[in-house]
Write a new protein. Structure first.
Length: 281
């Protein structure tokens, strides 16, 4: 897929910044899959200062947006994020209006807009959940870069019919497709239903991120993290495929499935360690 957009003030030389292209392409993919209707979904991507400086003028901020929650752990770090109220289907047509490159201030109490978020637009309303999740994932994974929230259709459907115990939820997903245990041996976390866009849901999600790369928001969607955009998107794809299979089975009798012994053998073959307390072998 080719991405085209117009260079603007602070965007050096009109050269396509790879992180802007990545965000434009992945949001388009997610919208085309039906996961991000209207203005649903949001992404934040931790960037390297040297990479940003190749394409964006980092010497002076266009404006400053105060945060309602301090993030001193992220002081001085750079992110590209989706904007609040923006439609994923429009990002690829006009990234500058729908995305923003931010730098967290030295105090951690505000963000400086360096590019994008045109016409006074602001970062995603889920910025608290994103920043808090970045903080926790960086503590356990130095390669971490991406936080992605999407309304994956079948995962949402599964939260209506499946017990929300996260160990049971994980095991069911593992049993649906052979690759699942290999792709997410650490399982999935699940939080209770909460009002989105608040610091409370951000803290609850970040608390789960201490142990999981994936957190399910019942009747809402899924928060997924990773080191690269491909790996993070692929994690959502894998979980959504398992949820599709689960929903296709419905209430019908299951005559055969992947057993605990087979899941343990699979983990041994692929040298992954399953989340403790799930398999009975």
């Amino acid at each position: 897929m080719s991405t085209s957009y117009t260079a603007s003030a602070g965007y050096i030389g009109g050269t396509a910044a790879p992180f802007i292209e990545e965000m434009s392409e992945i949001t388009h993919h997610m919208w085309s899959l039906g996961w991000d209707e209207l203005n649903g979904g949001n992404i934040s991507y931790l960037l390297d200062e040297a990479e940003v400086a190749k394409y964006i003028d980092i010497r002076e901020a266009q404006r400053v947006i105060n945060l309602t929650f301090p993030v001193t752990e992220l002081a001085g770090k750079y992110f590209i994020v989706t904007g609040s109220g923006k439609y994923f289907r429009n990002v690829i047509k006009d990234p500058e209006a729908n995305l923003g490159v931010l730098r967290v201030s030295a105090s951690g109490e505000s963000v400086e807009v360096l590019w994008g978020l045109r016409n006074g637009a602001v970062p995603t309303s889920e910025l608290a959940s994103h920043f808090m999740s970045h903080i926790e994932r960086l503590k356990v994974d130095s390669t971490h870069r991406i936080v992605l929230h999407t309304h994956a259709t079948n995962v949402i459907a599964m939260t209506f019919t499946h017990d929300l115990n996260e160990l049971q939820f994980t095991k069911t997903l593992w049993e649906m497709c052979t690759e699942c245990l290999v792709v997410f041996p650490d399982g999935v976390g699940v939080i209770p239903w909460m009002v989105p866009g608040s610091s409370d849901i951000g803290r609850a999600t970040a608390d789960k991120m201490k142990d999981y790369r994936v957190v399910v928001w019942p009747q809402h969607g899924i928060f997924v993290t990773g080191a690269t955009m491909d790996a993070t998107f692929g994690l959502v794809e894998t979980i959504e495929k398992a949820a599709i299979v689960y929903n296709l089975i419905g209430g019908r009798e299951i005559k055969q499935k992947i057993t605990d012994r087979q899941l343990a053998d699979l983990a041994q073959a692929f040298r992954v360690t399953p989340k403790a307390g799930i398999l009975e072998v």
